[in-house]
Design a protein around this ligand. Sequence first.
Ligand code: PRX
Length: 633
Amino acid sequence: MTSYADFHRRSIEDRDAFWAEQARLIDWQTPPQTICDYSQPPFARWFVGGRTNLCHNAVDRHLKDRADQPALIWVSTETDQERVYSFRDLHAEVQRMAAALRELGVKKGDRVLIYMPMIAEAAFAMLACTRIGALHSVVFGGFASGSLASRIEDAEPVVVVSADAGSRGGKAIAYKPLLDEAIELSRHKPSSVLLVDRGLVPMNLVAGRDQLWATLRERHLNAQVPCEWVDSTHPSYTLYTSGTTGKPKGVQRDTGGYAVALAASMKHIFCGNPGETYFSTSDIGWVVGHSYIIYGPLIHGMATLMYEGLPTRPDGGIWWRLVEKYKVTVMFSAPTAIRVLKKQDPAHLTRHDLSSLRSLFLAGEPLDEPTAQWISGALKDKPIIDNYWQTETGWPILTICNGVERAPSKFGSPGKAVYGYDIKLLDDQTGQELTAPNQKGVIAIEGPLPPGCMQTVWRDDARFVSTYWSSVPNRMVYSTFDWGIRDEDGYFFILGRTDDVINVAGHRLGTREIEEAIASHPNVAEVAVVGVADQLKGQVAMAFAVLKDASILGDQAALLKLEGEVMKIVDGNLGAVARPARVRFVHVLPKTRSGKVLRRAVQAVCEGRDPGDLTTMEDPAALQQIRDMVTPA
Ligand code: PRX
């Protein structure tokens, strides 16, 4: 067996040979001629000359050996439905959806925006897009009309695929009115909206624009839509993510590099076997859902379990019941979900036969030691594997690659640099590399980014370069915007973001977006939003606002009402996921003499930490006011 150190070294030093080998894990219509073209850094082009198709690799290619094996297992504890689609069924459904999209005018290179709850049709829609070479842009169903509108405007979709409603805790959440409002707000108007009617809430259809999936599906019941072979570098999708500025970025992914990266990760990291069942508890609106609910497991010939519902309903044993019933071998979740389950009756874990399960992967936010210890004990010492990555990379940057060489985990560390990633820890002021162990620096990746990572920002190459490749002085490296340290054994520890991104229950949110929503309240003059440590959610957003009419500052009832109004604006604009835990009203915000809001100091005070050097602060009373507010009497 190769040692992991050798495997990693080879992926960097003999890059093309390494990835040429990995490329054999997928089907190509035309094999690649050039493995990596890095002639125009930082833009990497992987498997140039190769032609392939993501949907072919996820679906069609398995028809030969496993047509009647499960491909998509859909379980909804919201509507009490459970349905297993074999690869043959999935193939048929995806072709029906592809034919429907074609009928609505979707062509290769066009965008289709998918705003869907966790239902099987969402998976059909994604696969149908890549089948015909159209780009999907999935928007998380928890986002509201403002977020949706900005994404519609940027992606300019020909068609939006949506549904009447999602459901949470047994309560229907109407999607259609939010979508109508978003289209109203957006300068770009999709020509058609394809709607799945689940019968949860009534829908008002817009004549000439809105189409029902059931009708189109019926019309295309026997559709045969062959996969469109596309260049390896043809974009497969965009997925919006938050950063420092309010405007979300469309992370653009290629086709061939992504397929190879996922196939390789299924082998070397997740250690799944074709024919087994993979269960990721994420949502298709996030990158984990793209890579490890839809594409990764299916490309690898595994059945994927797609779950709509809460982890605690009908009871806290539901996920374990599903593991037992569908013999899940690989499971992927987030620390927040495990913290929720930890509060449930421990008997739920012993009541079910979990012998099929080999490992549990956790990602998206720091895995704290008590949570890791608890779940490790509860799962009787099955490996709990933390993995660190980003929407931008599409697959893990740091983890333990047990498929290459088994290695122990260290509590608090997601592990070592994954093959393909040439990781550097850099001083954020000088750009100098920190090679000695246990020094704090910015986690950066030396170009080219490996296959599967973002190609660029959708329609904005300049923003790709200026955002990701120009933030460390004196170096052209990709910045993850995360602080980290590396110990003497090469294990990394993540120490939080260097920018204004916060992580609430594993959901990545930009504080600037929340600030913009709050500032739209007529009585808000100025606002600062910071992420504050939280026992359950990892972090929560806290807002501090300055009012235009400060006369109500002493009136607690009026302030409470105002807080409610502000939260409603955030809910309506961005969605409840972005709602701050509290909105507090202050006389002034702490600023530097040059007028910059001292968010870090506010955050430190909220967390009961020392705010550090405040010599540049204009008015110390501003911070004191916040300290008095957040310190328990
Ligand atoms: O700050 C890091 C944190 O989540 C960010 C990326 O979030 P997102 O784009 O939503 O992608 C999630 C993909 C799993 C990172 O910049 N993060 C992600 N995983 C971890 C993490 N922080 C600590 N430990 C992790 N395992």
